[in-house]
Design a protein around this ligand. Structure first.
Ligand code: F6R
Length: 589
């Protein structure tokens, strides 16, 4: 939800910042901008559109500057437009502010500042920060910054420039991610590490309620409450820069689908952590999986996995959990947060509330060092590598592998399965990587997508473990193709949706697993009888998947559905990496 960036050093900041924005574009892409200091003035180059479009219009190579801040936007307050694009300046063009998050009290702040004579240019919540800085600045930049932060309500990651002190960038964080990249005689600021990975892998992660400044050879961070200077740890990013690039694929999404076999083996590396989490969950009266979107679908699969072993559990979307389910939680409950980015606002809030209630909170997270990874008592990383396409694919596979392992460890320690059965399933799980490779090499799915790209309505149906697969298949299609797609428990079709089935509707029936096969067969007959184009995902279906243990079917069944959604999006001439209205990391509520 918006990417912010900052640079100070000997390179040309407008060019470095546009490079960084291109790597951050998955966080938002309705407008982009850079503000930099040159000739003792703040210079602004920003516009509506994708980063590459704005870059080619504003030509950053025409400018020279060693310090700047930048922003790629996912609109919350104010339509996408040049004037609403960040960064934002104050009345006198002394400050430039790049912000990710939402200032919840911006209406009252704006009213007060207007009464004091400030003139606002944009409809954004962010602009109040520039005017607050102008109002509070009496010659001491850090004091003005702290006074401004003190009155802000809501969430923020900030990078702020002042023309009067052109050797430093101010930074602050509250509930939106912010990382400093450390170089030699240069430093970087970004919402996420891929932004500066070609330049440095050494980082400092800011925590909530921390603020400070970055100079080209110095970083200082303070506690916002006490004002005390903090000793921040440096860490190293283990990803390779190539992992965050397209490597010859047309889209990140296709590259990331092709990386799904590796996502299996990578997630298996966290077995020690998963075993530990299982030991802490053992004996809890209830296990909750809490997440949003695709990660929630993984959590729902986790619930069916545990139920299969006779262990009670629930999967709840984080935005509901935080306001209701959490009231029923106590120290006898175990909560597993699931998140690719580790920065999803609702999941973070749900985890914090659950901890306040005394529950044990663990996490299955992809991004190392992210907020959720640091919030939980124990974390198991999925190690899927950077996921850049907005639609989550390989990270979902990583989450499913981790949840399968967690379910196996928990049922072994709770004596719900024998050691022999545990070992058999572990061995099968390791072999899933090869089975996914086989699905990926089947060209048939593209032909099926070509036939279906003209259709307008899609139903995905499945039962138990593959009901979440149906939800996830539908979510993937709707988010990148803008078609109407719904996931349904197959048994529910006759309770309503059957009414809209007709020739023009596609039904994708996820049948595999020799699990409730007769029941699925009846549902398939019901859809065929209404002349719907019915595609069956099965070992012998039109969409073929290899044979695996019933418990592992969600892992192979989703793979052709990822490809199906990708091809439909491309056939419709859309950009699957950057679906309209969406952003990769949802850091606002
Ligand atoms: C869909 C998708 C989203 C995310 C959701 C949670 O393809 O990517 O539904 O799954 O926003 O994000 P994370 O996993 O980062 O918490």
């Amino acid at each position: 939800m918006c990417g912010i960036a900052g640079y100070i050093g000997e390179r040309n900041s407008p060019e470095v910042l546009f490079d960084m924005l291109e790597r951050l574009e998955y966080r938002g892409y309705d407008s982009a901008g850079v503000m930099f200091i040159a000739g003792r003035k703040i210079n602004i180059i920003k516009d509506k559109g994708k980063v590459s479009e704005v870059r080619s219009r504003v030509k950053p190579e025409r400018y020279k500057s060693d310090i700047g801040v930048a922003h790629t936007r996912w609109a919350t307050h104010g339509v996408p437009s040049k004037v609403n694009a960040h960064p934002h300046a104050d009345c006198k063009n002394l400050f430039a502010v790049s912000h990710n998050g939402i200032i919840e009290n911006y209406v009252s702040l704006r009213r007060e500042l207007t009464l004091k004579g400030h003139k606002f240019q944009s409809d954004t919540d962010t602009e109040v920060i520039s005017h607050l800085m102008e109002e509070n600045y009496k010659g001491d930049l850090l004091t003005a910054f702290r006074e401004s932060l003190d009155v802000l309500e809501g969430s923020y990651a900030l990078a702020v420039l002042c023309v009067k002190e052109p050797n430093r960038i101010l930074i602050a964080r509250k509930e939106s991610p912010l990382i400093v990249g450390l170089g030699k005689q240069e430093n970087f600021i970004a919402s996420d590490a891929p932004a500066f990975m070609p330049y440095t892998k050494e980082i400092i992660i800011l925590n909530d309620f921390e603020y400070g400044f970055v100079e080209k050879d110095r970083v200082e961070v303070f506690d916002l409450v006490s004002g005390k200077k903090l000793k921040k740890q440096k860490s190293k990013i283990t990803w390779d820069v190539k992992e965050a690039e397209k490597a010859g694929y047309h889209h990140f999404m296709l590259k990331e689908i092709m990386e799904e076999p590796d996502a299996v083996s990578n997630a298996l590396k966290a077995s020690g952590e998963l075993k530990k989490i299982a030991s802490r969950l053992k004996g809890k009266k209830r296990v909750y999986f809490v997440a949003c979107g695709t990660a929630y679908h993984a959590g729902l699969t986790g619930k069916y996995l545990l139920e299969n072993f006779g262990i009670q559990s629930e999967a709840v979307v984080a935005s509901e959990f935080r306001y209701s389910t959490v009231d029923t939680v106590d120290k006898d409950c175990g909560i597993v947060l699931i998140s690719q980015s580790g920065e999803t606002a609702d999941t973070i809030a749900a985890g914090k509330r659950a901890r306040e209630k005394g529950a044990y909170v663990a996490g299955i997270v992809n991004v190392v060092g992210s907020t959720i990874a640091r919030l939980v008592e124990d974390v198991a990383y999925t190690y899927s590598g950077p996921e850049i396409a907005v639609a989550s694919t390989k990270a979902y596979i990583g989450q499913l592998v981790s949840l399968t392992q967690l379910a196996l460890y928990l049922s072994l320690s709770s004596r719900k399965i024998s050691v022999k059965e545990f070992e058999r399933l572990q061995k099968e799980l390791k072999g899933v990587s090869g089975k996914i490779k086989a699905v990926l090499s089947d060209g048939k799915i593209r032909e099926i997508a070509e036939e279906c790209a003209v259709k307008k309505t899609f139903f995905y149906i499945g039962r138990t473990l593959n009901y979440p697969t149906a939800l996830e298949g539908a979510l993937k299609l709707k988010e990148i193709s803008y078609l109407h797609a719904e996931g349904y428990p197959a048994g529910e079709l006759k309770h309503g949706p059957l009414a809209i089935l007709e020739e023009d509707v596609v039904v994708i029936a996820i049948k595999t697993g020799r699990h409730l096969e007769d029941k699925m067969d009846s549902n398939i007959q019901e859809t065929k009888a209404r002349n719907a184009r019915t595609l069956i995902v099965a070992e012998d279906g039109e969409i073929k998947v290899p044979r695996v243990d019933v418990l592992l079917t969600p892992l192979v069944n989703i793979v052709p559905l990822h490809l199906f959604a990708y091809y439909i999006s491309v056939l419709k001439g859309l950009d699957p990496d950057k679906p309209r209205n969406l952003a990769k990391s949802v850091t606002v509520e």
